[in-house]
Design a protein around this ligand. Structure first.
Ligand SMILES: [Zn+2]
Ligand SMILES: [Zn+2]
Length: 158
């Protein structure tokens, strides 16, 4: 199965080892991708644990679950890859999800920082085009599968 983060790798070769705690992401982009995949598999402990120390204060996995569980995340596009900076880095992306069978997008520029040598998500700035999108059923799927949307992720709409 192709990874949830829409890379060309399988889940096992891409985000799963990070989510399982077997490997540590060595770039902000890898961490960003693995957090998206964690949302896709509803692993909110991983999402929580990859926030910066500051942001983890007052957050719980249950809160993350409550705010995200209605969304069915299905595709990710990275617009501006990280610059592979040493101590902090930004990644601009759009994440797509279904809610009540409608397509929504979250377009964000995220800030990642390194704490004790490990990348963490600190915060993000949302762009103006977040929200519901009309996406044509005959267009190429947002997950970059080279299939039409109606023959690919649209089948997962719920
Ligand atoms: Zn991945
Ligand atoms: Zn698709």
């Amino acid at each position: 199965m192709r990874c949830f983060c829409c890379s060309s790798l399988s889940f096992e070769q891409c985000c799963k080892p990070f989510i399982d705690g077997i490997k540590v992401p060595d770039s902000a982009e890898q961490l960003m991708r693995s957090r998206f995949s964690a949302y896709a598999v509803h692993n909110y402990d991983y999402v929580l644990n990859t926030y910066s120390n500051d942001k983890q204060q007052g957050l719980s996995a249950q809160q993350l679950k409550d705010s995200a569980d209605g969304a069915n995340w299905f595709a990710l596009t990275i617009h501006r890859p990280s610059k592979k900076q040493q101590n902090d880095d930004t990644v601009e992306f759009t994440a797509f999800y279904f809610e009540n069978k409608n397509v929504f997008q979250l377009h964000e520029t995220s800030l990642f920082i390194k704490e004790n040598g490990v990348w963490r998500y600190h915060d993000g700035t949302l762009h103006d085009d977040c929200g519901k999108v009309k996406y044509g059923r005959n267009l190429p799927c947002l997950c970059a599968s080279n299939k039409k949307f109606k023959q690919c992720c649209a089948l997962k709409a719920r």
